[in-house]
Design a protein around this ligand. Structure first.
Ligand code: HEM
Length: 509
């Protein structure tokens, strides 16, 4: 009897308080994604739970403009000036609730909330990730040459047998083999193109992380309390985890031992990291340092392995759907046969078709669609010149919503590399401002130059002497899953390889 009276009374009280709060809120003039969002987070949580958040943001912004309210104190922002330029500046901290749901382990750059700690760490790694370092790195030359050789062997075999190949897995293996060499030296690099079992471990662990994040950010208390009952709090596969940790400990120990005698021409990221830690805090114990380095490098490994695996395999998929772009690319790669004193890495900026193909895939297939939530500082902020947003509001953007905006990108749903080749200078500069594959501002991805070099050189290796074709028998969905790390729904992308026989189309790369 009491419940019949008390529950409706509490409900009415809650509705009245919510309406009052909404009427006073500084966010009341911002268009609502759903009638309920000024009062409750339920709508946002439901689209997140159903894995529709980033796709919904695309259509919401097309309908409602550049700033949309998603929950009582949460906004989605979809413009550059007075938008991402503002909210991804150093004044806005990361939203701890979200980033600490991302992984149990914190203490690396992506999860650092305070900007001072982050700035110190970022400074330590800025040099080995800079464009000039990446372009001239002998360590990357060595490791890329080994991985290219392995790929050549694989492609020769796939082409001769007509096999259907899961290029998503091959791309992840290639990336893992390159990045392990960059981080710990080519002598410590994995060789998963030859034996993919280790790559499978990492994929299994990443899937558990993605699933945990999805459950943790889609449920509110008290439902979050029951997360483990419905598949949340997935414990990473203990066997894969221990194999992975064992490997990481081993390569860090090896790197530590070889560090004193390592020439700078073969230096790894570990060597730079170690020297910078030592300079910043000479008293730091070896164990603490090893543990900081392991946690940071673990993150760089998973970012490259999955993120670049997604980008490389989707670029191959799009090229297989559009053979005329393979033809245009190969024609351009023919220019690499002309004698030059420059290394391949230095000649990459001249390959405009290659750049257009990669950039367009970064636009249409961004591997991390978002959101990347930030907290508005206490002083508040103004968005799109008209909305005054109070401190404490959570603001975020989605790469997919920015990339599928028809204003900067007409016919946004189509993969059209020509948009990058045909645009005049002003339009191209404007379009590039909207490309958000790697985020922007103070916390922009540190791996952008590394990613560009590795992606482009591997594509040159593949398309110089081979063409790729769709496997007509593969009919599973290649759409991306709408989660933080967006792999193909099928978990694979099957293509076939054919060796080029016309000598004039073949390239020495
Ligand atoms: C296609 C591949 C990649 C994608 C899509 C990607 C995407 C991103 C994005 C969107 C951010 C910003 C996150 C935020 O604002 O919270 C980020 C940060 C970061 N990425 Fe990447 N990334 C990729 C490759 C890499 C690679 C290859 C590395 C290193 C080897 C790397 C290391 C990092 C690090 C350390 C950060 C944190 C930077 C900071 O907080 O200062 N990423 N990445």
């Amino acid at each position: 009897m009491l419940a019949i009276v008390v529950i409706p009374a509490l409900l009415i009280l809650w509705i009245i308080t919510s309406i009052r709060r909404h009427n006073k809120s500084g966010l009341k003039d911002i268009p609502n994604a759903h009638f309920s969002v000024p009062y409750s987070r339920l709508w946002l949580l439901s689209i997140r739970w159903r894995k529709k958040e980033n796709r919904s943001r695309i259509y919401l912004h097309r309908r409602l403009g550049p700033v949309v309210r998603l929950a009582p104190r949460e906004l989605s922002v979809n413009c550059v000036e007075d938008g991402i330029r503002t909210i991804y500046s150093a004044k806005f901290d990361k939203d701890a609730d979200f980033y600490h749901a991302l992984v149990d382990q914190t203490g690396f750059m992506v999860t650092m909330i305070g900007n001072d700690e982050h700035r110190r760490r970022r400074r330590m790694l800025a040099h080995p990730y800079s464009n000039s370092y990446i372009t001239n790195s002998g360590t990357i030359d060595n490791i890329l040459s080994r991985v290219k050789h392995r790929l050549q062997e694989g492609m020769a075999q796939w082409a001769s047998t007509g096999a259907s190949v899961d290029v998503y897995m091959q791309a992840k293996c290639s990336m893992l083999d390159v990045v392990t060499g960059f981080l710990f030296g080519s002598e410590n690099a994995t060789d998963t193109l030859l034996d993919p079992s280790f790559e499978n471990d990492l994929t299994t662990l990443t899937q558990a992380t993605t699933k945990n994040l999805h459950v943790r950010t889609s449920l509110e208390w008290p439902m979050s309390y029951f997360a483990s009952w419905i598949g949340g709090n997935v414990r990473p596969d203990p066997v894969a985890r221990s194999r992975w940790e064992e490997w990481l400990t081993q390569v860090i120990t090896n790197s530590y031992r070889s560090h004193p005698t390592k020439p700078s021409s073969t230096a790894s990221l570990y060597d730079h990291f170690y020297d910078n830690f030592k300079a910043a805090d000479p008293e730091m114990s070896l164990n603490d340092m090893a543990s900081f380095i392991a946690v940071e490098c673990d993150d760089h490994l998973s970012a490259s392995h999955i993120g670049l695996g997604i980008l490389l395999s989707y670029t191959m998929y799009e090229l297989s759907r559009a053979p005329h772009w393979q033809h245009a690319l190969r024609k351009e790669l023919g220019t690499l046969n002309e004698p030059s004193e420059l290394s391949l890495a230095h000649r990459l900026p001249n390959l405009r078709v290659l750049d257009a193909v990669v950039t367009e895939t970064m636009r249409t297939r961004a591997p991390c669609p978002g959101p990347f939530p930030r907290l508005v500082p206490e002083s508040g902020c103004r968005l799109v010149g008209k909305f005054d947003v109070p401190g404490g509001t959570v603001v975020s953007s989605s790469a997919w919503a920015l990339h599928f905006n028809p204003d900067p990108f007409p016919v946004p749903d189509e993969w059209r590399p020509q948009r990058w080749l045909e645009a005049d200078e002003k339009t191209e500069v404007e379009m590039r401002k909207w490309i958000w594959t790697f985020g922007s501002g103070a916390r922009v991805c540190i791996g952008t130059h590394f990613s560009a070099r590795v992606m482009k050189e591997l594509l040159i290796t593949i398309y110089s002497n081979y063409e790729t074709l769709l496997d007509e028998e593969f009919t599973e969905s290649v759409e991306q899953e709408d989660v933080f790390s967006s792999s193909p729904l099928a978990g694979r992308i099957q293509l076939k390889f054919r060796r080029l026989t016309q000598p004039d189309t073949m390239v020495v790369a």
